[in-house]
Ligand binder design. Structure first.
Ligand code: NAD
Ligand code: TYD
Length: 359
């Protein structure tokens, strides 16, 4: 079996669902169920004996050691993290605790387990660390996209915590020989993404007649990848990636935020027309994010060349599927828009003055 951490979050739950749709190798899913973790994402697996869910913290050394000893996974796929940049600005401590200290604990538990494995099983073991392109910092308008050789220059507490965890993973390979793999992926979108992130936030707010908040001028660019393509890339890296290597994963479809939000509004106008006017009228400009990275873009040539991975979904098709999923799953959205979510919206947006877009 494989051990997945953070498998009740956005990408982790997509990965677990896709994995079990493709093969019968069981998944041990360790997730703390923070505000971002949602067992509802895994409802389809409720009676599936191939999925074993454990609510717990990656930083709980005793728990993780016990799970490894009991279930003897052949690999760990490590998604668990605090993942939202704006939250890292308001409260960085949890990002250090989970992303840095938690990854350290997990690496130590994995090392102790791996060192006791027998020959073939020891050679085949993998620790796949799921990281982000944000560790590379921000590109200028004419810079070449990030590659695996781009120097680290993290700008947010989130990016710095992920960069720290990447360095630990690298050191555990170089020093102890742990067979690690690290991936740096661009912005994901798709089903089950928590509506604090731009795309699900805009879809939810549009439907609910609320403002669609654009930070600053909306000229920041992101390289968007449909989540199923990220999951496929991770399966390839796990199967055939070379231990100690890093792989950059991206969709190669860069878009400024404002253009992306206008695209979402146009799709919504066609799918769910308003009685009068269009969704773009709800766009407002709000105060920018401090330290906001202007541009991310990934050169995915290495994973394409070495592992034969390319994205299957274009942005045009992926974003339409995504809008349709959120429209069909309004109950999922309203279930997560309670308690902590409402407090977060107040914390993040109350202090940002809103200015309607002048068209
Ligand atoms: P998410 O916030 O949706 O999910 C994170 C999951 O981790 C949640 O289920 C949460 O309960 C769990 N978790 C948090 N702290 C934990 C702890 N201490 N112990 C156990 N479980 C814990 O995040 P996501 O968007 O699915 O991202 C998953 C991973 O992929 C992260 O490591 C992130 O850095 C990376 N990543 C995300 C993106 C993106 O666009 N979302 C892009 C590249 C890389
Ligand atoms: P986000 O989904 O938080 O991902 P990341 O910060 O990891 O790239 O944000 C994507 C982009 O959208 C980013 O440039 C910030 C911007 N943004 C807004 O303009 N308004 C919002 O309300 C949010 C949440 C994000």
């Amino acid at each position: 079996m494989i051990l997945v951490t953070g498998g009740a979050g956005f990408i982790g739950s997509n990965f677990v669902l896709d994995w079990l749709a493709r093969c019968d190798e069981p998944v041990l899913n360790l997730d703390k169920l923070t505000y971002a973790g949602n067992l509802g994402n895994l409802a389809a697996l409720a009676d599936d004996p191939r999925h074993v869910f454990v609510k717990g913290d990656i930083g709980d050394t005793g728990l993780v050691a016990g799970l490894l000893a009991q279930h003897r996974p052949r690999a760990i796929v490590h998604f668990a993290a605090e993942s939202h940049v704006d939250r890292s600005i308001h409260g960085p401590a949890d990002f250090i605790t989970t992303n840095v200290d938690g990854t350290f604990s997990l690496l130590e538990a994995a090392r102790a387990y791996w060192q006791e494995l027998d020959g073939e099983f020891m050679t085949a073991f993998r620790f796949l660390h799921v990281s982000t392109d944000e560790v590379y910092g921000s590109l200028g308008p004419d810079d070449a996209p990030f590659t695996e050789a781009t120097p680290y220059a993290p700008n947010s507490p989130y990016a710095a915590s992920k960069a720290s965890s990447d360095h630990l993973v690298r050191a555990w390979h170089r020093t102890y020989g742990l067979p690690t793999l690290t991936t740096h992926c661009s912005n994901n979108y798709g089903p089950y993404q928590f509506p604090e992130k731009l795309i699900p936030l805009v879809i939810a707010n549009a439907r609910q007649g609320k403002p669609l908040p654009i930070y600053g001028d909306g000229g920041q660019r992101r390289d968007w990848l449909y989540v199923a393509d990220h999951c496929a890339a991770l399966r390839r890296v796990l199967a055939a990636g070379r231990p100690g290597e890093t792989y950059d994963i991206g969709g190669g479809e860069e878009l400024p935020n404002l253009a992306l939000v206008h695209t979402l509004c146009a799709i919504l106008d066609a799918r769910l027309p308003k009685a009068a006017g269009g969704y773009a009228e709800q766009i407002v400009h709000v105060a920018d994010r401090p330290g906001h990275d202007r541009r991310y873009a990934i050169d995915a040539a290495k994973i394409e060349r070495e592992l034969g991975w390319t994205p299957q979904e274009s942005f045009d098709s992926g974003i339409r599927k995504t809008v349709d999923w959120y429209l069909a799953n309004a109950a999922w959205v309203s279930a997560v828009q309670s308690g902590d979510y409402l407090r977060w919206v107040d914390t993040n947006y109350a202090a940002r003055a809103m200015h309607s877009e002048s068209v």
